[in-house]
Design a protein around this ligand. Structure first.
Ligand code: HAM
Length: 425
């Protein structure tokens, strides 16, 4: 036998038994987005590598070690997108959506990162992302957080999620803070693990994110980022908090929240859960006022977030899978011979047009009547629709209930209305 080819490590198929829940999630999110006036944008999954280097940042984990980068046949360096913000900015700028305009955009699709796979962390995963442009105030930051809270409410997962919020100020504040942090930590470098020691030289802010309890204990004494932020950033954060307060949104000000991508300024936030173990961040984002300009556009304020769809699916599954996600089959059509089948396939087409919500499956292939009936039962269908010799002759069909103990009933094959009433849920 030929050797089987398997999916790539960390990349998964989503099977029909799972897609019901995915569709429920996607439909719920897109309805909410629609009600807030957001428009969908679709970008390519591959971009030139330079785009991610210049946006996500050269010394981030993503760019340093997680990108799927390759040379195309023309020797151009391309990358499978590790995230959506950079491509969205590129697309919005390239298509003239940014100049003198306000935009509220969303996208969804696969993203690719060469990370060590584990529950909730994959090499191909899906994000739904939201990006807004042209609005500089804290009101739009608040709108994004309120909208994400609405997602959780509609999905019934609010009680499992909490909001972490911080401001990382402007680039200048961060440079001043970096200097103070490096000074503090350098004097205690012997107490840092190898990872943090490396970060001390390359990207000291990321040490705040360390999972190491000793490092976290050390940071209790360290300078605090919020103490270094400028008046404007502070005022922005205060107003954002005030809007959240007046909407009853609870949050924790986490002065160590810095995010792993370089483009942020001012507001950053994450929605986290403790129901998923180590990969507890289901949604994350923040303001990135400098990015459009950094990528060659005019200065444009921007803020957005993205959520990990697999993590939301895991959370929904944890909480209990709603049973109405499993598709119901209403009719399973079975016929005796070829003439009967022909007539029945015409009727099945008419029924699908007449009752667009009904799920009608036609038995395809050979099989005795008994065998077909068994298949109908196994499919979980509510009714079998039977066309035998007698029925063909009389232009009727037999409707046989499969899930309840009631009599089978004959219908005229032309009386679609009566059939529709009989199978209605
Ligand atoms: P991020 O924090 O890198 O931000 O990713 C956002 C979310 O994607 C994470 O919170 C997580 O739920 C999910 N995610 C990330 N990596 C993986 C993975 N390997 N497997 C499964 N899920 C994952 C961004 O990507 C920014 N572009 C968000 C943003 C949009 N900021 C502003 N606008």
């Amino acid at each position: 036998m030929a050797k089987r080819i398997k999916a790539i490590r960390g990349m998964h198929d989503i099977l029909p038994e799972q897609t019901g829940l995915w569709q429920h999630l996607e439909n719920t999110l897109s309805q909410v987005l629609h009600s807030y006036g957001y428009g969908e944008i679709r970008m390519p999954v591959i971009e030139v590598t330079e785009l991610f280097k210049r946006s996500v940042g050269e010394v981030t984990d993503i760019v340093e070690k997680e990108m799927y980068t390759f040379a195309d046949r023309n020797n151009e360096s391309l990358t499978l997108r590790p995230e959506g913000t950079a491509g969205c900015v590129r697309a919005a700028e390239e298509n003239g959506l940014l100049f003198n305009q306000v935009q509220r955009l969303w996208y969804r699709g696969p993203m690719f990162r060469y990370e060590r796979p584990q529950k909730g962390r994959y090499r191909q995963f899906h994000q739904l992302g939201v990006e807004t442009f042209g609005m500089a105030g804290p009101d739009i930051d608040a709108e994004l957080i309120l909208m994400s809270a609405r997602f959780w409410h509609e999905l019934g997962i609010s009680e499992h999620l909490s909001l972490q919020l911080n401001s990382i100020g402007t680039k200048e504040c961060r440079m001043r803070y970096n200097a103070a942090l490096v000074k503090f930590l350098s004097e205690r470098a012997d107490q840092l693990d190898a990872d943090s020691q490396e970060r001390l030289n390359k990207n000291p802010l990321r040490i705040l994110d360390s999972k190491n309890p000793e490092t976290q204990a050390l940071l209790n004494e360290a300078p605090v980022l919020l103490d270094f932020i400028d008046e404007t950033s502070r005022d922005h954060l205060e107003k954002l908090c005030a809007i959240l307060d007046s909407n009853g949104i609870r949050y924790e000000l986490n002065t160590r929240l810095v995010r792993g991508l370089d483009y942020y300024s001012k507001t950053v936030f994450e929605w986290v859960t403790d129901a998923l173990g180590a990969q507890g961040t289901v949604c994350a984002g923040g303001r990135y006022d400098g990015l459009v300009e950094q990528l060659g556009g005019k200065p444009t304020p921007a803020v957005g977030f993205a959520m990990g769809m697999e993590r939301l699916i895991l959370l929904l599954e944890n909480i209990s899978k709603p049973t109405d996600m499993v598709p119901v089959i209403d009719l399973y059509c079975i016929a005796f011979g070829f003439e009967e089948k022909k007539a029945q396939m015409v009727l099945a087409e008419k029924l699908r047009r007449f009752c667009p919500d009904a799920v009608v499956i036609t038995h395809c292939g050979e099989g005795s009547f008994k065998n077909q009936l068994k298949k109908a039962d196994k499919s979980g269908a509510r009714f079998a629709l039977v066309t035998g010799e007698e029925e063909l002759k009389n232009n009727t069909v037999m409707l046989k209930p499969l899930r309840e103990r009631s009599e089978q009933k004959s219908f005229s094959a032309d009386d679609l209305a009566a059939l529709a009433v009989a199978i209605s849920r």
